[in-house]
Design a protein around this ligand. Structure first.
Ligand code: SF4
Length: 470
């Protein structure tokens, strides 16, 4: 669907309202997320000790975050020694300005970019375009959403919300080619267009999946080869890396590569794993002459300083929590209005964008806990959401009706007699609340739901009868 409502978290309710009634969109999201979950389940079975691996991954990330200053310094030292130029960016504006400055200095023709959520977070593409530079997304999903002038709707599958028919129509309109919805043909078309651009590009921009502190190496995983081309063909490579992406060493990387591929796309390992240590050496024929690594803070230090929120920095951006989330499955990534959507997006966005802008996000969850159960690094996501809810409403009285209802409930629940009487009255009047029987609609709650049938007898009555029988 094409939304006219700006995709920002302040519009959460409007965005959800638009999407929740769109059967086509919901079908696309359901198919994609369920396929991903099915594949994940199959490959996780390879490891009978998967749960222990999750604990180890959690512990490694905890160790790195608890010693972040040490690992950052080590990474910077090693990367610099290997010939890379390391830049620190306090916030999105500074990161964007560093990258735009470097790109202006070296990029006269086109800038090729491989998929990177960090660059989405700093709104790099609009900034590059405002600097007069042409930037081209080279990951197929990102290329599709760039053509559609939309943000990505999922952190690993940016165009997951689109059907192949929609992609076919988009290609036909934007590239002036005959319509086809054949995935192989569409991929071949994108490949042809992008190959030409790769050969023209002066600068390649990428994200980073992992940064190895012991060697200053950056690791990029992908499936299409576009990241490898973006980081080796142009003479300058700029990598934007959140400071939380650090791992101690190559040994720990082995575990995380296993967990990322399986959790993200249900693959045993992604097709391409690039390990880049510095720019091209004088003895090497290929590779960029310059490698710039932009280490991005943008609120991560705030999260790091908060003992509760620090755990959110363990995230390896696999997207599994989105795939399994019943809310994400209904509205997709654009429904949240934030760059990072789904359960983990609702935890980190209040830091990245401010509590006021992201005020409603932590409430966009059923708190079922499926996200925490699937997370490969065991982030207690739903409790973080609950914690954000507390923070958001702290010091506020809440709506009058809600306060009256809560007081009434407290009064009722504090006496067995009153509770019993309330149960009897509820069972007596509940049938009149059913809209199918012409009953009244309660505000908000029953607008889209039917009032449930209450059991004929209370648990207390059933218990009593059972005791009398035995
Ligand atoms: S919070 Fe966990 S499940 Fe969600 S994207 Fe991050 S690592 Fe994956």
């Amino acid at each position: 669907m094409t939304s006219r409502t700006p995709i920002i978290p302040q519009n959460l309710k409007l965005l959800v309202e638009e999407r929740i009634h769109d059967d086509g969109l919901r079908g696309n999201i359901r198919r994609a997320t369920h396929t991903s979950l099915g594949k994940r389940a199959a490959v996780v079975e390879d490891f009978p000790r998967w749960e222990e691996m999750r604990t180890t991954a959690h512990d490694i990330k905890k160790h790195v975050m608890d010693n972040l200053a040490h690992y950052l310094e080590l990474f910077e030292r090693q990367a610099t020694e290997a010939g890379a130029q390391v830049h620190f960016a306090r916030d999105a504006k500074e990161a964007s300005s560093i990258v735009c400055g470097l790109a202006r200095e070296h990029g006269e023709r086109v800038i090729v970019k491989s998929k990177s959520m960090a660059t989405e977070e700093i709104h790099l593409n609009p900034a590059l375009q405002q600097s007069g530079l042409r930037v081209l997304e080279t990951d197929l999903g990102e290329y599709i959403v760039q053509l559609a002038e939309e943000p990505p709707s999922h952190i690993t599958a940016p165009a997951l919300h689109k059907s192949r028919g929609e992609i076919g129509r988009l290609f036909s309109e934007q590239l002036g080619i005959p319509y086809t919805d054949d995935p192989e043909e569409l991929t071949a078309i994108a490949r042809r267009v992008l190959r030409e651009e790769f050969l023209q590009a002066d600068v390649g921009i990428s994200g980073v999946n992992f940064g190895l502190a012991e060697s200053g190496t950056i690791c990029i995983v992908e499936n299409e080869g576009n990241a490898r081309l973006s980081t080796t063909l142009p003479k300058v490579h700029i990598a934007v890396m959140g400071i939380e992406k650090l791992l101690p060493d190559a040994e720990s990387l082995g575990l995380f590569l296993n967990m990322l591929g399986r959790s993200a796309t249900g693959q045993r390992i992604t097709c391409y794993t690039s390990l880049i240590t510095g720019p091209k050496r004088s003895t090497e024929p290929d590779g960029p002459e310059q490698l710039h690594i932009v280490l991005l803070d943008n609120g991560r230090s705030t999260m790091h300083a908060d003992p509760k929120l620090r755990e959110a920095l363990y995230c390896i951006r696999c997207g599994a929590c989105m795939n399994i989330c019943p809310v994400y499955q209904k509205v997709g990534g654009h429904g949240y209005g934030s760059v990072y959507s789904g359960p983990i997006g609702s935890v980190v966005t209040p830091v990245f964008m401010g509590e006021q802008a992201a005020h409603d996000l932590p409430f966009a969850s059923s708190l079922c806990g499926a996200c925490a159960d699937i997370c490969p690094v065991r982030i207690d996501i739903h409790h973080h959401l609950l914690d954000w809810r507390h923070r958001m409403v702290e010091g506020q009285d809440g709506p009058l009706l809600e306060r009256i209802a809560m007081r009434l409930f407290t009064f009722t629940a504090l006496s067995a007699l009153r509770f019993d009487l309330a149960g009897r009255l509820a069972r007596l009047f509940a049938p009149f609340l059913k809209h199918s029987a012409g009953g009244m609609r309660l505000p908000v709650w029953s607008e889209t739901r039917e009032f449930p049938n209450l059991p004929e007898k209370s648990f207390k009555q059933l218990w009593k009868e059972d005791r009398e029988r035995s």
